[in-house]
Design a protein. Structure first.
Length: 249
């Protein structure tokens, strides 16, 4: 497990269609190749990260040493202290690219799972007729990350929305008091690959930016109050130093 000072590190700043419908590009220009690590759980040990343009979409990809998505958090029985596992792509995109206020922090795409709460109220991921019980299914988010020492020395959190504040937010904001969006993007967890399809139109057709790949654990504050959601564990970082060396293609 790697515990890096995230807020400091982040400031440094032929395709084959598979059976699941995603294109796999084997060229490595702009991609991040990462060494395997014996100290990282195989499900979160990143070996490759890339973002490629495929038609009208950007495909965010991570490849891990083990089976992607196989490991999920233990339940704690409620929102307080709830745990989150996540595959994350921190980017150089401005936060207003997806509908937040501009210049709010580090905009990152994440694929997450957290069995103790549901933050995708517009979607019924398990198709049982209930849109509020799907936290134990993987799903996508945009989040804005900022440093907060209340989460630990040099640690990041999902940015809180102060009480009484009315910032600009995406139309699929799940009404939590943090800078988070629940866009419901198509994704795949197949074998060792994590793939998320983001429509180019969702980011203003901006397909030229820098990125990194991270696997991480987050945790809801016991008081369910600011800071609400902290990054508590960094399992792996594709670049090793969160310098965002990847270039979207």
């Amino acid at each position: 497990m790697k515990n890096l000072p995230l807020c400091l590190a982040l400031s440094v700043s032929s395709a084959v269609i598979s059976s699941n419908g995603f294109a796999h590009n084997d060229k490595h220009t702009g991609h991040i190749q990462a060494p395997e690590s014996k100290s990282v759980s195989a499900e979160f040990d990143i070996v490759h990260a890339k973002i490629t343009t495929q038609g009208s979409h950007l495909v965010f990809q991570q490849a891990v040493k083990g089976k992607a998505g196989e490991k999920v958090p233990d339940t704690v029985g409620g929102l307080a202290n709830a745990k989150v596992f996540s595959y994350v792509w921190p980017t150089s995109l401005n936060s207003d690219a997806v509908g937040f206020e501009a210049d709010q922090g580090i905009l990152a795409l994440a694929l997450t799972i957290h069995p103790d709460f549901d933050d995708t109220p517009l979607y019924d991921e398990n198709n049982d007729g209930n849109k509020t019980n799907d936290g134990d299914n993987w799903h996508s988010h945009w989040v804005v990350l900022v440093p907060d020492n209340a989460c630990g020395d040099g640690a990041l959190k999902v940015k809180d929305i102060p009480k009484g504040s009315t910032p600009k937010l995406p139309h699929t904001w799940p009404k939590l008091p943090i800078f988070i969006d629940s866009p419901g993007y198509d994704f795949s967890l197949e074998g060792s690959e994590v793939l998320v399809r983001v429509p180019l139109s969702a980011i203003g057709f901006n397909n030229q930016f820098s990125f990194d790949g991270v696997t991480a654990g987050l945790k809801v504050n016991q008081q369910v109050h600011a800071p609400l959601l902290c990054v508590t564990d960094v399992f792996d970082v594709a670049s090793g130093d969160l310098s965002l060396p990847g270039k979207s293609q």
